[in-house]
Each structure stands twice: as structure tokens, then as C-alpha cells.
Write a protein that binds this ligand. Sequence first.
Ligand SMILES: *Cc1c(COP(=O)(O)O)cnc(C)c1O
Ligand code: SF4
Length: 337
Amino acid sequence: MIPRSHSSLQATWQQQLKQSAISASELVERLQLPVEMIGQLEKASSGFPLRVPDNFLQRIQPGNLSDPLLKQVLPDLAELEHFPGFSNDPLDEQHQSTPSGLLHKYPSRVLLVVTGACPVHCRYCFRRHFPYQQQQMGKQGIEKCLKYIEQHPEINEVILSGGDPLSAPDRLLSDISSRLDQIPHLKRLRIHSRFPVMIPDRINDSLLQWIGHSRLKPVMVLHINHANEINQDLTDACERLKRAGVLLLNQTVLLKGVNDSSEQLCQLSETLFNVSVQPYYLHLLDKVAGAGHFEVSQTNAINLMHQLLEKLPGFLVPKLVREVAGVTSKLPIDLNL
Ligand SMILES: *Cc1c(COP(=O)(O)O)cnc(C)c1O
Ligand code: SF4
């Protein structure tokens, strides 16, 4: 397959980012939703603004309020309700002793929060209450993090995260990548991003340049929740990444009304396989305030996993996990409970 070339007539990823729907009226107009919804959408998005790129909107069936892609991005009045056990910082990430922007929870790998900005605002996001929403790490902040990584030889993998790390310009990412390259104990560079899904044109030549030329083995973990998210543009972006030597994995959040059936999860795994992406994690929802209406119980999740194990080859079954504050690893869930 020949990757699509990027003509100068086409909007750059930065322009596409600017053209995202950010108001209730825009979303209603573009998706032919009932105009009466505008008021409630505005109210529901008061705590966490609405944001959806156009490429993702194109994969949503106009007028269909139960579209599994729409549900992920449509503000819902249920976000304002209080659900017991759901809090603003469910993983207690705001109290860490590492330099700000660095999370060192597991001995061998650190998570570097390059920027708090995202191309999309997923309504179930566990970072929806984080104070760093839009800010990007400054030069000084990055220096402190690099120093910390240099001083900790037990770290062999750096994970660029956010927000979405690919919100940052390639100039900055390329600088960080070449600095990490020089730290001898590092082996891998991992990137957690929803950009290939949201704005596939983000996977352009300048990005492939720094990813492909690193000494560190590159891994990208995509975040795809439903097979309908995998369109031709995303398929082409995966192809470009693969050609640059990037190992592609996917994580999914189990979401009520979006992907909580074995049919949907099987179809997702099968479609990921078709585009050479390996299913990695299936996350139980983090209990963040505003996302309670997306919760699938652990019992139902375990039932779904048993069905997946029957229907799919083992290598297409993601690991069911949940994060627990203060515990040093993602907790695999025992399927025999
Ligand atoms: C998820 C996560 C990682 C990576 O964990 P893996 O199990 O290797 O995917 C690293 N650091 C933090 C803080 C995380 O939340
Ligand atoms: S892309 Fe990830 S970090 Fe950004 S809003 Fe969605 S779930 Fe949250």
C-alpha cells in the first residue's frame, strides 16, 4: 500500500486542530442533532469543554444519538450528577514526589506528561479535572525530568503521555527524543496517543522523522474504543507508523453504551488485527467524577472477557486491568472471581 502523499492544498494537522467542533451549536449543526439539545449540551460541558476534530465527526452517523463514537464525545447532563465513589483525582496523581510532569509509579518505566492538551475531549477521561489542561511543559521543566531519568538507571523505558503528547510540536518532541537517545540505560520510547485516531494527518513526515531515527525502539499505544473508529485515514496512518518501525498496540476503555458487548469487542479486536495493531489493555473505567454513567461493573467485565476468550484467538484478547491509587502496577483482574 502506498501511503497517501500530503499535498499543500490539504489542511495541516494544526489547522485541523483549530477547525475542531468546540461549541454545542457547531456539533449539533454538523451532526444534524435536535437543535433543542444545544442548551443541555452547553450546561453539561460547563466543567469540561466540548472538543471533537472533524475527521472523527465524519465517522459518526448523523442524527444517531446512540452512535458509539458520538457517545464518547457528547456532553451528557449525567456528568453533573454525583456517583458514590467517583472523585476528581481517582488515581491520586496530583500528589507525587517526582519533578512535576513525571510520574514514576513502576520501577522500570516513567511517564512524562509533555502537555495537558488533547485533540479531543473524551467525556469519560480520568484527567478531566487536572489543573494542567492546556499547558505545555517548559524547557526548565523538561530539563528537570531528563535529569531525574539520567539519575535513575532502573528506568529503561520512557512513556510520553499527556493529555496527548502529540499535541506538542515535532520540534519539541524531536529535541526530547534525541536527549533521551543519549541516556544509555534507556531501551524503549513509548507514546500514548489518540491523535492517529482523531487527526490521522498528525502522522506526517516530520513526526516519522524523529520517531524513525531514534536509537530507542519505538512503541505507540493507540486508544481506540470501537471498530467504527478505524477508517481509511487511520489505516493509512498505522501503515506509515509501521513502515517507520513502530510497534502498534491499542488500549480500550470499557464504556457502557459504547463497547460493552462481546460482539463489539470482538469486532474491535478483529479490525485492529486487520490494520496490524495488537490489542493490549481493556481498562475498567477510572472512577472520575462526571463519568459515572459510563461504568460497567467488574462482574459484567469478567463475563465479557470469558466470551472474548471463547471467540477470539488468545493474541487478540486484551488484558482486563484497572488502576488503583497507590498500587505500583496496573492490576490485572482475576477472571475466575
Ligand atoms: C499505565 C502506566 C504506565 C505503563 O504501564 P504498562 O503496564 O507498562 O503499560 C506507566 N506509568 C504510569 C504512571 C501508568 O499509569
Ligand atoms: S485523548 Fe486521552 S487524555 Fe485526552 S481526553 Fe481523551 S482519554 Fe483523556
